[in-house]
Design a protein around this ligand. Structure first.
Ligand code: NAD
Ligand code: TYD
Length: 365
């Protein structure tokens, strides 16, 4: 008889944590559609960022199970391992927003560090094929105008968010070296696509533009991010599960560097075309505010993804403008989703970051 970690990819039993969030929900739908014999247990605490509506299409799928719970709860995770014989864990669960981490870091320490440690401890007790830690390019810190980060670049995180993600990566490494837990770390750049919580740049700008509210740009808007379409990331993670080498790190970059202001201008152009709104009026909503992140605001990210390309054969799709247009159209069609996920908690958070305390530097003119 085959041992669990010798099963073919199609027969995998996956524990996905944080599957009700942005990337996790896209990943679950991608995997269930792509692999007809994969079964998935989604363990999610349903914080402000987790939303079961993101998984409506699969909620009745017999290969999908949702469990509400916290990744810091060892008893619960141990029970799930015993019942469901997971052969792969994919740990998406995290507190993910830099601005929130600067307001209060303790939930980040709890979930991102203690939660990852708890999952690794559970993995020690059971025979696991792979433990995929979903990490981020932010662990490398910030770049100037030149160069990019490879998997060998030093870790120099600048925010509590990135520091907790870097800590989790190091704990994963130690469990690989110390206990032979079969970890692989996947570090992606900024994702965009449907179901992203409207605290992040792209959905926040779309939401505000539709509501005729200010489009708040931190500092001069010239910070650069390397944008990756979420479905490209899902495809990369699927390949890493099946073909990645244990103990390795893989960068997953979009190869698509844009300044924030370029992205915001593009969003205004698309909304103006799609909703027949005056372009200049939309752009007049752009407001440059004092950077709430201060020195923790990384100037530029850019990933060198040649390792995953050479070893695994993954590359991102390149057409940023049409993918972003598609994404904007999704939000325009799902305005009710945006309204439902931005409850009272969101309004409180919004006020703290963008409220009166935050000085306007200049408007769009
Ligand atoms: P998200 O904020 O949209 O979702 C996070 C999910 O984790 C939510 O469903 C939330 O309920 C759940 N969660 C939080 N704390 C939990 C806990 N203690 N126990 C169980 N569930 C918990 O995040 P996302 O943008 O989908 O990011 C997913 C992962 O990808 C994170 O690990 C993040 O660091 C990483 N990442 C994200 C990006 C990006 O651009 N979004 C880029 C690189 C890496
Ligand atoms: P964000 O989406 O929070 O991702 P990251 O984790 O990379 O910081 O922010 C992307 C960029 O957009 C970052 O440089 C900060 C900037 N930004 C704004 O200018 N205004 C905003 O309201 C937000 C949320 C982000």
């Amino acid at each position: 008889m085959k041992k669990r970690n010798e099963r073919t990819p199609e027969q995998l039993s996956l524990l996905v944590t944080g599957g009700a969030g942005f990337i996790g929900s896209n990943f679950i739908k991608y995997m269930l559609e792509k692999h007809t014999k994969v079964s998935i247990t989604n363990l999610d605490k349903l914080t402000y960022a987790g939303n079961l509506e993101n998984l409506k299409e699969v909620e009745n799928n017999p290969r999908y199970t949702f469990v509400r719970g916290d990744i810091t709860n060892l008893k619960l995770i141990d029970r799930l391992f015993r019942r469901r014989n997971f052969n792969v864990v994919i740990n998406f669960a995290a507190e993910t927003h830099v601005d929130r981490s600067l307001l209060k870091s303790s939930p980040f320490i709890q979930t991102n560090i203690i939660g990852t440690l708890t999952l690794l401890e559970a993995a020690r007790q059971h025979n696991l094929g792979r433990f995929i830690q979903i990490s981020t390019d932010e662990v490398y810190g910030s770049l100037n105008k030149e160069g990019n980060f490879s998997e060998k670049s030093p870790l120099k995180p600048n925010s509590p968010y990135s520091a907790t993600k870097a800590s989790a990566d190091l704990i994963c490494r130690s469990y690989w070296k110390g206990y032979n837990i079969p970890i692989i770390i996947a570090r992606s750049s900024n994702n965009y696509g449907p179901y992203q919580f409207p605290e992040k740049l792209i959905p926040l700008m779309i939401k505000n533009a539709l509501e005729g509210k200010e489009l708040p740009v931190y500092g001069d808007g010239l910070n650069i991010r390397d944008w990756l379409y979420v479905k490209d990331n899902c495809r990369a993670i699927d390949l890493v599960i099946r073909k990645g080498r244990i103990g390795e790190i893989y960068n997953i970059g979009g190869n698509c560097e844009k300044s924030n202001i370029e992205v915001i201008n593009f969003i205004c152009n698309v909304i103006s075309e799609e909703k027949n709104r005056d372009k200049e009026e939309l752009k007049s909503l752009i407001t440059f505010i004092k950077d709430p992140r201060g020195k923790a605001h990384d100037f530029r990210y850019a990933l060198n993804s040649s390792k995953i390309k050479e070893e695994i054969g993954w590359e991102p799709t390149t057409d940023f403008e049409s993918r972003l247009r598609e994404t904007i159209r999704w939000y325009l069609k799902n305005i009710e989703w945006i309204k439902r996920v931005t409850t009272g908690e969101y309004r409180e958070y919004y006020e703290k970051i963008y409220g009166k305390n935050h000085q306007k530097i200049r408007d769009s003119k």
